[in-house]
Write a protein that binds this ligand. Structure first.
Ligand code: PEP
Ligand code: MN
Length: 337
């Protein structure tokens, strides 16, 4: 629920409301706006506290939040959330692009991609820092030296680092060194991992699971927010459907659907979402048209030799050309890129 304090209320009245909320087993978050102070309360769904709190001095109104995701909902926070990572303001007027290879393979590989993307104004570099991956017969271990490569590139180019944490045991080590921590599609509903991400003080980039409904996705974000981390970025990256021309179907419905009920920035990943290089451009443009706040795009100097995801990776020159078209599209929808 949301408690709206009356104009001119005193600090004592505010504190009394917070104390009473705690007695009623709610967690109170005070939000001081320009015109009004409101208190958000997260707890059980019982209606009685609304009546009790509404009677208190200094309280103007109490409003229940209907959605099960409270902190993620626009009922809770009407203004869009913006998240600053270096010079990039995510969720603002500018559409933010995150680009880079699927996996960090070598220094040369990452430097080549980094110079190309930086040349066209990209501010955030992606790259997975695990040995690969997704087979019971191959190790999937965090390799600190791969993160070291990203750090070196960051030091030389100024690009900020977005990288995935696969496992709870690596959350702290990667959380300290990355600028944005990614939770991958396969961990979207790994609640233990989400809670840990919620305890970091770094932005979290969470990808929608391939069989996760929009509501479940927003509840996943709620796990992070409920631990006190308000910097959450959502990313649509394709869901499983009966269609098998492409490994996933990019669900662009999700963009306006989420933005209609949630204040967090929404990204689209047309690389993983289509699995095909020739579809990345059209779907990236479509994502901007649908209202996405940003894009994540895979770029590899030699996609045919890539350890993973070569079929969906753009060559640096293709990425440079794509960015020109994306700029036109951004302008068409009243945004910048
Ligand atoms: C990735 O971004 O490299 C990745 C593995 O993505 P997803 O979680 O969407 O598969
Ligand atoms: Mn990938």
């Amino acid at each position: 629920m949301i408690i709206v304090m009356a104009p001119g209320h005193t600090e004592e009245e505010l504190q009394a409301v917070v104390d009473r909320m705690q007695l009623l087993a709610y967690r109170a978050h005070i939000i001081r706006g320009v015109e009004r102070t409101v208190i958000g309360a997260v707890g059980h769904e019982d209606k009685t506290p609304l009546v009790v709190l509404e009677q208190m001095r200094g309280v103007e109104a109490t409003i229940p939040i209907m959605k099960p995701f409270k902190l993620a909902s626009s009922e809770w926070k009407k203004q869009p959330t913006t998240i600053e990572v270096g010079d990039a303001k995510i969720g603002g007027e500018e559409i933010i692009v995150i680009a880079g290879p699927g996996v960090v393979e070598s220094e040369e590989q990452v430097f080549e991609v980094a110079h190309a993307i930086k040349g066209v104004g990209v501010k955030l570099l992606r790259g997975c820092v695990y040995s690969y991956y997704m087979s019971p017969y191959t190790e999937t271990e965090f390799e600190p030296s791969k993160l070291g490569v990203l750090e070196k590139v960051r030091a030389e180019t100024g690009l900020k680092i977005v990288t995935e944490v696969f496992s709870a045991k690596d959350m702290e080590a990667i959380g300290e060194r990355a600028d944005v921590v990614q939770i991958g599609a396969r961990n979207c509903q790994n609640y233990a991992l989400l809670r840990l991400a919620g305890r970091l003080r770094k932005p979290i980039f969470i990808k929608r699971g391939m069989a996760t409904t929009i509501r479940e996705f927003l509840m996943a974000a709620e796990y992070i927010l409920s631990e006190g981390n308000s910097q959450v970025i959502l990313c649509e990256c394709g869901i499983r459907t009966f269609e098998n021309e492409t490994p996933f179907s990019l669900d662009l419905n999700a963009v306006p659907t989420i933005k209609g009920q949630c204040h967090l920035p929404v990204f689209v990943d047309p690389s993983h979402g289509t699995g095909r290089r020739n579809l990345v451009g059209p779907m990236a443009r479509a994502a901007i048209a649908a209202g996405a706040d940003g894009l994540m795009i895979e770029v590899h100097p030699h996609p045919d030799q890539a350890v993973v995801d070569g079929a969906q990776s753009l060559r640096p020159q293709q990425f440079v050309e794509l960015m020109e078209g994306l700029r036109l599209m951004a302008t068409a929808v009243g945004r910048k890129l």
